[in-house]
Design a protein around this ligand. Structure first.
Ligand code: RAM
Length: 344
């Protein structure tokens, strides 16, 4: 540090330290930035909602496989908490580095848009995955599954379990998260159907994809609503924290829980009966597809127009749909019978 101080001088050193602190996250990388077989540099940066989330780590694993297959480079950077303003800092940083593509999962669709538009103006390709930004701030959105199906399926799973009766609550991620908010709007629409007339949504709370906040929110919900019969948590961080909270007050089997989780984080709770069923897609395939889409844009094989198609390696050819959306596929429902077959 002394040497760094002498080299940079006090002012610049403070600036560098402040900058690093403001980013509040870190990065991992793999592959070289050597020119690929087409001669262009394929240097793709993934920016998830937050790092240290097993869901995004699994997606990064898939992206690394794609980078290897395409002779490109991969790195993941991001904030340590799910913060939109920290993501803006990272976008500006990646724009200065002039990476060839930014692949981002948004904590807020609007807050990220100006920085992403600046990146695009400098020739950087922008792909959103998992959680979209405003459509004019990216070329493509890689959607994990049909948003309507994801929202409705969670209500259907809980309804069946509760015999369509009782108070329920939702434990979401950030209140501005594009993906969760879209799914919740379809949950509400599903709940408005006649078969749910005896099921009442009493509250939606936001755990911000933070384990401790989500745990505390779940305890607070059960305290505020002693007759609460079920919780839907459409976030892998939230559902795992909620399961732990339910068990911590011995309410396993009394307060039903479903939503979106990773099999590895939820296995224990499915095996001990706290959770009967939950859903998800394969995050590794999502990261893999997002990398292939970014590569096709960088190589000029597509521009992001609906109807264009591109090679997505082991996932086959994918076609761009309306609004620049590329769909991965249907979600899987996990339960005691099948959870043993999955390891992510
Ligand atoms: C969390 C994040 C992510 C979401 C999954 C289901 O990991 O909120 O955006 O897609 O849950």
């Amino acid at each position: 540090m002394k040497k760094l101080f002498l080299t940079l001088g006090p002012g610049l050193l403070v600036f560098v330290l402040l900058f690093l602190a403001s980013c509040g996250g870190s990065s991992t990388s793999s592959g070289g930035s050597t020119p690929n077989s087409t001669g262009s540099n394929l240097n793709v940066a993934f920016l998830p909602k937050a790092i240290n989330n097993p869901y995004f780590d699994t997606a990064a694993g898939g992206a690394k496989d794609a980078a290897k297959a395409l002779n490109g480079s991969f790195k993941q950077v991001g904030p340590s908490t799910a913060s939109a303003s920290d993501q803006v800092t990272w976008i500006n940083n990646l724009t200065t580095q002039h990476v060839s593509a930014i692949v981002v999962s948004a904590n807020d669709p609007n807050a990220l848009a100006p920085a992403l538009k600046q990146a695009m103006a400098q020739g950087i390709k922008v792909v959103s995955y998992d959680s979209d930004v405003t459509p004019d701030a990216r070329q493509l959105f890689i959607n994990q599954a049909n948003s309507e199906d994801i929202g409705r399926i969670e209500v259907q799973l809980l309804g069946k379990q509760l015999n369509y009766t009782g108070q329920i609550a939702i434990l979401s991620a950030a209140s501005t998260a594009t993906n969760q908010n879209t799914w919740i709007s379809f949950m509400k629409d599903e709940l408005s159907k006649p078969q749910y007339k005896n099921m009442q949504l009493v509250k939606t709370v936001y755990g911000n994809d933070d384990d401790q906040t989500s745990f505390n929110d779940t305890l607070a919900l059960m305290q505020a609503y002693p007759n609460l019969k079920g919780i839907i948590s459409p976030t892998t961080v939230g559902i795992a924290a909620a399961a732990r909270a339910i068990e911590s007050v011995n309410k396993g089997g009394k307060v039903a829980l479903t939503g979106l989780g990773t099999p590895n984080q939820m296995r224990k709770y499915v095996e001990d009966g706290t959770v009967q069923q939950f859903a998800l897609w394969n995050p590794a395939d999502l990261g893999y597809l997002a990398y292939y889409a970014a590569a096709a844009l960088v190589k000029g094989k597509i521009t992001g127009q609906p109807g264009q198609s591109f090679d997505a390696g082991k996932l086959g050819r994918k076609t761009i749909g309306a609004n620049g959306v590329v769909l991965l596929g249907p979600p899987t429902v996990f339960d005691k019978a099948n959870i043993g077959q999955f390891n992510f």
